[in-house]
Design a protein around this ligand. Structure first.
Ligand SMILES: O=P(O)(O)OP(=O)(O)OP(=O)(O)OC[C@H]1O[C@@H](n2cnc3c(O)ncnc32)[C@H](O)[C@@H]1O
Ligand SMILES: [Mg+2]
Length: 196
């Protein structure tokens, strides 16, 4: 299977390539389609944004397309930043700035109240389909008070996974792709395609 991966996030590209490579899928990067304009992620849910990204890129390329919308939901912040995770510190914010914003918002919050989840929705659509398929995944963790680890991307250095005894940034792509929110959504997708 040949698919376009509708993301500009290099960390996601690495994880998808690693996972889909094992499945024997051929992945075409968005770099090959510089003419596709920026997609405004104005959905109120991960699903709405993932579908919007997948549909836009499928229509522009005429190829089967996968998109991912994801983020961190922090319990004590009533689920924020959620779908706004990429823009927590403002439009076009860097990972480092978003992480600083998260640490600041949680500066007075004790350890036992720093629980959070990483959430991922993957959308798949091909030209012959009426609507996108979507697959969800979630991974529970705790937001640390300082970053730990140098792998991964985004909020990974702050996201401690109790069952692993490590942050996501300490796991490496192989292990992250077995336990992360993205891995869970990819597993759902893999199971679907094995049955259909
Ligand atoms: O929209 P695309 O082009 O795919 O790339 P993006 O980085 O803007 O991706 P999103 O809109 O889905 O925003 C996701 C946000 O959540 C963060 N995030 C998502 N998955 C993550 C992961 O596995 N580890 C750490 N942070 C993650 C990521 O850093 C962004 O700030
Ligand atoms: Mg985005």
């Amino acid at each position: 299977m040949k698919v376009v991966l509708a993301t500009k996030n290099k960390g996601k590209v690495k994880e998808f390539n690693h996972y889909l490579g094992h499945l024997g899928w051929t992945v075409v990067s968005m770099d090959e389609y510089p003419e596709i304009p920026e997609i405004i992620e104005d959905g109120l849910t991960f699903e709405a944004n993932a579908v919007k990204k997948a549909v836009t890129v499928m229509q522009a390329t005429g190829l089967p397309t996968l998109a991912d919308d994801s983020g961190i939901t922090v319990d004590v912040l009533d689920g924020r930043p959620g779908v706004y995770s990429a823009r927590f510190a403002g439009h076009n914010a860097q990972d480092e700035e978003n992480n600083q914003t998260l640490l600041r918002e949680l500066s007075d919050v004790p350890d036992e109240q720093r629980t959070a989840s990483f959430v991922c929705c993957i959308a798949y659509i091909a030209p012959d389909m009426d609507e996108a398929l979507t697959f969800q995944g979630e991974c529970k963790g705790v937001v640390l008070k300082a970053p730990q680890g140098g792998q991964g991307f985004g909020y990974d250095p702050l996201f401690f996974v109790p069952t692993e005894g490590k942050t996501m940034a300490e796991l490496g792509v192989e292990r992250k792709n077995e336990i992360s929110h993205r891995a869970m959504a990819l597993l759902e997708m893999k199971n679907f395609f094995q049955k259909h």
